[in-house]
Ligand binder design. Structure first.
Ligand SMILES: Nc1nc2c(ncn2[C@@H]2O[C@H](COP(=O)(O)OP(=O)(O)OP(=O)(O)O)[C@@H](O)[C@H]2O)c(=O)[nH]1
Ligand SMILES: [Mg+2]
Length: 450
């Protein structure tokens, strides 16, 4: 795909800077800060943040927690806590303070100047992991775009002693003229990145359209990070995609052929995992790779059934699916890691119409994989809808599409020249048609029932 890119630029080979890993041995030493906002302390949130930090190759020196009812305006934590953190930084020789919350640019600056140490918030940390993981050309462009968008809102003049330091994002504190130049450069670079991403995404679209024309359904694995998507991908396709007990192990989508009985060849896509409070800039930068998901015929929503927060994780994933407009794609829930649970055997759950809606499996222990194939088969095959559609003479394009899909069973012409067409169509094809021709939506029987 590299050859597709012909835009030249002065900043051609700028590597993605990461806020972390600027110390010599490549590992930052960090102090973690977490604020509890309710009586019952949510330790899982903190545990997840530790996993995030570890996934970013950071050594955790110390964890500072505190309870507040609301964030304090100046430092997010209270004055006393902030001073305590500053003291800890001095004693422990930490390189960075990681705060498990979204800080305002001012709070970041204030903490940095009080503690004389870099401060990275939750969004910054997630962006950083993505920057470390980006491998493909497109992935790198997307991460850089997200970082610059994040940075653009944070470029302000500051008067700290850190001003002179150069290097990683989060370190720069330019003077006013420098600031203007930086702003302009960032704007230019953002435009350039968007331009290039558009080209890469065109290529991706073409590939997808070729698949759609050839009627090859795409099945996309989605789910919370670390749920076991890549392990399942490998299990289903006998591939060897990187799966690891770390967050965001997968960044670039990987596609493989998967043969399903009664359906034929399908394409299975492994994708980036989601997390609660996924930075909006990242979601929007990753729109094009996530399109694999938006336009899939079926989503396998992989859930870590052994996670005590599985319900919250499901909701966090659904929120992102909604944001990328994939919430209408047919979904099969895949409860994974049942080997860790005592009383659950592999099985399929059906809805009232005897349609499989959930499967309980273990990708790693190889339990229930045959059931999953069976559920996929049932979901992708023979959901044939019978519909009557009335088209105005000007809607010839839609009529043409019906004929191309070979789904017209009867056609009459009404007095005013409208076509009354009866079709029998695969539900998945129908949903794709609604995407292409939104004016078909009122004919959707699923919607009508609601
Ligand atoms: N016990 C158990 N562990 C599993 C199972 N499936 C996956 N795992 C483990 O869970 C961890 C995460 O697995 P991955 O497949 O990398 O998860 P992912 O959803 O692809 O994660 P990201 O790409 O980081 O979003 C790994 O340590 C796997 O070995 C399972 O069925 N049972
Ligand atoms: Mg993965």
């Amino acid at each position: 795909m590299n050859n597709e890119i012909s835009v030249q630029s002065a900043v051609e080979n700028t590597p993605i800077s990461t806020a972390l890993s600027s110390s010599e041995n490549g590992r930052d030493k960090a102090i973690i800060v977490h604020v509890f906002f309710s009586q019952d302390k949510n330790l899982e949130d903190l545990a997840e943040f530790q996993l995030l930090a570890q996934s970013a190759q950071v050594d955790i020196l110390q964890i500072v927690t505190t309870s507040r009812s609301t964030p304090q305006a100046k430092y997010f934590v209270g004055q006393g806590k902030a001073e305590e953190i500053a003291e800890l930084v001095k004693q422990s020789d930490a390189d960075v303070i990681l705060v498990n919350h979204q800080l305002t640019p001012a709070q970041t600056r204030n903490l940095e100047s009080l503690c004389e140490c870099r401060v990275v918030d939750r969004t910054g940390l997630i962006l950083d992991i993505f920057a470390q993981r980006a491998r493909s050309h497109e992935g790198k462009l997307q991460v850089e775009l997200a970082q610059l968008k994040h940075l653009a809102t944070r470029l302000v003049r500051r008067k700290t002693g850190l001003d002179q330091q150069k290097g990683a994002i989060g370190l720069r504190g330019p003077g006013e003229t420098q600031l203007e130049t930086d702003r302009r450069l960032i704007r230019v670079r953002i435009a350039q990145l968007q331009n290039r991403l558009e080209k890469v995404s065109k290529q991706r679209n073409q590939n997808r359209q070729t698949r759609q024309k050839a009627d090859i359904p795409t099945i996309s694995l989605v789910g919370y990070t670390n749920a076991g998507k890549s392990t399942l991908f490998n299990r289903l396709t006998q591939a060897e995609v990187y799966a690891a007990d770390q967050l965001f192990a997968t960044l670039d989508p990987t596609l493989r052929r998967l043969s399903v009985q009664d359906v034929g060849t399908t394409i299975l896509a492994d994708t980036v995992g989601f997390i609660r409070d996924l930075p909006h800039d990242l979601v929007s930068a990753f729109k094009s790779t996530l399109q694999e998901t938006t336009e899939a015929s079926l989503l396998l929503h992989v859930i870590d059934a052994s996670d005590t927060r599985k319900q919250e994780n499901i909701e966090a994933v659904n929120a992102v699916l909604e944001e990328i407009q994939a919430d209408n794609v047919p979904t099969l829930s895949v409860y994974n890691k049942i080997d860790r649970l005592d009383n659950i055997r592999p099985h399929i759950e059906f809805n009232d119409e005897q349609q499989p809606i959930a499967v309980y499996i273990s990708a790693q222990a190889n339990l229930g994989i045959d059931l999953l194939f069976d559920a996929i088969r049932q979901r992708l095959r023979n959901e044939i809808l019978s519909l009557s559609v009335s088209l105005k003479p000007a809607q010839g394009k839609i009529r043409h599409a019906f004929y191309r899909l070979n789904c017209v069973r009867n056609e009459t012409i009404a007095e005013r020249g409208e076509y009354l067409i009866e079709i029998e169509i695969d539900k998945i094809e129908w949903l794709k048609l609604i995407k292409r021709f939104p004016e078909l939506e009122p004919f959707n029987p699923v919607k009508n029932q609601e």
